[in-house]
Design a protein around this ligand. Structure first.
Ligand SMILES: Cc1cc2nc3c(=O)[nH]c(=O)nc-3n(C[C@H](O)[C@H](O)[C@H](O)COP(=O)(O)O)c2cc1C
Length: 436
């Protein structure tokens, strides 16, 4: 029998104008109103997803790239996902909610206290997606750390956060009416944390948790990113090619790091980002795949627009049919990201060729892409579970009912029929759903 897997939703591009640029913007939800997200997350919960992860970026970028970020709403405006979270928790009963927190921006004591509050308010359904992006440092008057140093800071940050969460020892809460004693300070740990980046005193003024710490999620895929995941995370948000070989190799790296840090491989769920396109028949698969080989000018432009925002380099002002020179990218754009866009061949190519390659879709049944019938998509999910030991997947998109229904309407019943997707919930919060 197929094994049960875990599913989540990555609310990519975060708490911003949901649906902008799509016809469904005219469903007339107001993106600044909680109703849109409450409606959407109820659907995710009904679908049996364990987790919603909310992307965030703290900055619109530099003066030079502001327009790139906001003109199509790819990178902003954006509101704070932590403050949206209580509305989502209030609309649901079972699904876990993990907004993004940047370890360089929120001081550990404040982060520990906010997370503790939401963990209590939610009956243990809260978590944090810990990220290390450094581009917002100047808004906080902070030095912009290098990539690996930002991970070292995140380790120090999380160590301090955890010490704060655990600073109320067993028996600290007494609640004895007869003696009139509510709590016992001798059981509190007034520790001093002296890390490389953070220096602070405990204890936290929040009481201990009934069902474990908030869930720690991490998305980094570099060496330090995977090491951070192995050492610390309950869930790794994994971005990798979705083959049995690549998923097995990715899992092995995270598990190796977990073991090095005294944890068990099963202490971490590795969930792979997955964006299937579900269509009605094999004929439609063939038609969609074939049509994608010839993207319209509008489709090419939309791809270049998105890449321009992500890479902070305006590709839309260049001639799409002239040879493209990758030296246009600034030093801050990662080499891996550039390679992902232009490929490794070193052959001269135009932006239209690059965008056409990005637009190209393939069939999930033959492993060339992610377009398939519901049966083919479910086969794919089942195979990765059975042959690569995969823990599950994260769907990625905006938090809009139209997007959610596009992925899940046909897939949920098919996965339930195969016992791959939960129909029941644990009663002790997100940790018990993921690990119970
Ligand atoms: C699937 C995925 C989701 C991410 N989500 C966020 C996010 O919400 N906010 C953010 O600042 N960075 C986010 N990142 C970026 C990572 O935090 C990190 O800065 C980046 O991946 C570089 O780390 P790496 O070199 O270890 O991959 C995300 C990365 C991935 C792969």
């Amino acid at each position: 029998m197929a094994q049960l897997q875990h599913f989540g939703w990555f609310f990519g591009r975060g708490f911003g104008p949901q649906g902008w640029g799509h016809p469904y913007y005219d469903w007339n939800y107001r993106w600044t109103s909680p109703k849109l997200y409450q409606h959407s997350i109820r659907e995710l919960e009904q679908a049996g997803l364990d987790l919603l992860i909310i992307e965030d970026a703290l900055s619109l970028g530099s003066r030079e790239t502001l327009d790139l970020r906001i003109r199509s709403a790819y990178g902003g405006p954006k509101l704070d996902p932590l403050l949206l979270t209580p509305y989502l928790l209030d609309a649901t009963e079972h699904i876990g909610i993990t907004p993004t927190i940047n370890a360089g921006a929120t001081p550990p004591y404040l982060a520990a206290r906010q997370a503790a509050t939401l963990q209590h308010l939610s009956d243990s359904r809260f978590g944090i997606n810990v990220v290390t992006d450094v581009k917002s440092a100047r808004h906080f008057g902070l030095e912009e750390l290098a990539h690996d140093a930002a991970y070292a800071r995140a380790e120090d940050w999380l160590a301090a956060v955890r010490k704060l969460w655990h600073s109320w020892g067993d028996g600290a809460l007494v609640e004895d009416r007869d003696t009139g004693r509510y709590a016992d300070a001798s059981k509190l740990d007034a520790f001093h944390h002296e890390g490389e980046y953070f220096r602070l005193d405990g204890p936290l003024n929040a009481p201990p948790f009934a069902d474990g710490d908030p869930i720690i999620v991490s998305p980094g895929g570099s060496g330090p990113g995977l090491a951070f995941a192995g050492a610390n995370s309950d869930v790794q948000l994994a971005l990798a090619p979705l083959t049995v070989e690549a998923v097995t190799a990715y899992r092995a790296k995270v598990h190796e790091s977990a073991v090095q840090h005294g944890r068990r491989p099963e202490d971490i769920k590795i969930l792979f980002v997955f964006k299937p396109e579900i269509v009605d028949s094999q004929e439609e698969v063939d038609r969609v795949v074939e049509a994608s080989k010839h993207p319209t000018d509008a489709a090419v432009r939309a791809i270049l627009e998105g890449q321009s925002s992500d890479l902070e380099t305006d590709l839309t002002v260049l001639d799409p049919d002239a040879p493209f020179d990758p030296s246009i990218f600034g030093q801050h754009v990662s080499q891996g990201t550039i390679r992902g866009l232009v490929g490794d061949s070193g052959e001269p190519q135009t932006l239209r060729q690059i965008a056409t390659r990005k637009a190209k879709k393939g069939s999930i049944a033959d492993g060339s892409g992610f377009v398939g019938t519901v049966g083919q998509v479910a086969d794919f999910i089942e195979t990765l579970g059975d042959d690569a030991g995969n823990d599950g997947f994260i769907f990625s998109g905006d938090l809009h009912p139209v997007t959610i229904h596009g992925y899940l309407d046909a897939l949920v019943p098919e996965l339930r029929r195969r016992n791959i997707l939960r129909s029941e919930w644990g009663d002790r919060g997100t940790r018990s759903n993921l690990f119970g």
